[in-house]
Design a protein around this ligand. Structure first.
Ligand SMILES: [Ca+2]
Length: 341
């Protein structure tokens, strides 16, 4: 038996045991409503490639559990966008949030995008989602933004092919939105290494160039320099792993258990004790606060091979969360948020 198959079998068995012998249920919040509702909640679009890496799933739950944010619309992007929309719809339905519209972005075949959460949506029909599903998610996004009475925050956790398309169809969406993105790598790359061609840039650099040049109300990015260092471990993770009485967190951990044996770019044999890197969760945080990061206004050039390099003369202006003031505080906050505390 090839080693990869063997590893997958062991992990699948472990994941199945974990799912069936989970910790005691934790009582408490059992729906998707935030723990507290602030006076003004920010209308949010979540732009996502949910279903390849698992961090988008964490980020979607984080949005649903952030009392400052009012999720209105999910737009899927890159690869099999219908598959991604199906995961979003099933999660939203479990959260009791089928008031959120789901838009299917433009599908693409340009990058290898494994469907690591496919078993979780087996038997779930997107057509049966009680909320709105738009086959042309790009048009629906434009319509939503143009019809919004107040500014919208786009939390982008994906390559931006469909957002660039939306700007082509209706450039006036930009001044109505704030753009918060998980994109780039300035001084630090994956695993703390040297600057890298970050995935969300590398998949479609021309689209990101177009998006960053648009006249948004504000642009703030979390590159790998900040988001690449975040994960939940110890009690922060354990409390979520054990929250089996909470349907949304249970769905999150189910997805993680499905993902772990299938992911090909790491040996995810640690899923019972910690999360993977939660890149996209930092973008969600930046939509609510910047208190725990140091930001810098920078001029960035997007290279054709997916790098984001400083270029004071010709770069596009963006605010960048370049360093943490207190990453541990963020991770503790993230755990509390996910738990609805
Ligand atoms: Ca993502």
């Amino acid at each position: 038996m090839p080693p990869l198959v063997s590893r997958r079998c062991v992990l699948q068995t472990f994941a199945l045991i974990a799912l069936t012998t989970w910790c005691e249920p934790v009582r408490g919040q059992v729906d998707g409503a935030p723990a507290a509702v602030t006076a003004h909640r920010i209308p949010v679009v979540f732009h996502t490639d949910l279903g390849t890496d698992i961090d988008d799933t964490w980020a979607l739950v984080q949005i649903l559990r952030s009392p400052e944010l009012d999720l209105k619309f999910v737009l899927t992007d890159t690869g099999d966008t219908r598959y991604r929309a199906t995961i979003a719809a099933k999660l939203l339905e479990i959260a009791g949030r089928s008031d959120v519209a789901v838009g299917i972005g433009r599908p693409s075949t340009t990058a290898d995008q494994p469907l690591n959460q496919q078993p979780w949506i087996k038997g779930y029909e997107l057509a049966h989602y009680p909320g709105k599903v738009y086959d042309d998610g790009v048009d629906a996004l434009v319509e939503f933004v143009m019809g919004s009475k107040e500014p919208v925050t786009i939390i982008s956790a994906s390559a931006v092919t469909s957002l660039a398309l939306a700007l082509d169809r209706e450039p006036r969406i930009a001044p109505k939105c704030r753009f918060v993105g998980m994109h780039g790598s300035i001084d630090i790359g994956y695993g703390g290494g040297k600057p890298a061609a970050e995935w969300n840039v590398k998949v479609d650099p021309a689209a990101l160039r177009k998006v960053l040049h648009a006249p948004w109300r504000d642009v703030i990015l979390t590159p790998l320099d900040t988001c690449g260092a975040v994960s939940l471990q110890g009690e922060n993770y354990h409390s979520i792993w054990c929250a089996t009485g909470d349907p949304l967190l249970r769905a999150l951990i189910e997805n993680y258990c499905v993902f772990a044996p299938r992911v090909t770019w790491m040996n995810c044999d640690f899923f019972a004790t910690r999360s993977t890197t939660l890149f996209d969760c930092v973008a969600v945080y930046l939509a609510t606060s910047e208190a725990l990061v140091e930001t810098q206004t920078m001029h960035l050039r997007i290279t054709d091979d997916g790098f984001t390099v400083r270029d004071p003369a010709n770069g596009v202006t963006a605010r960048v969360a370049l360093r943490w003031k207190d990453r541990a505080a963020f991770e503790a906050l993230l755990a509390r948020r996910l738990l609805g505390r």
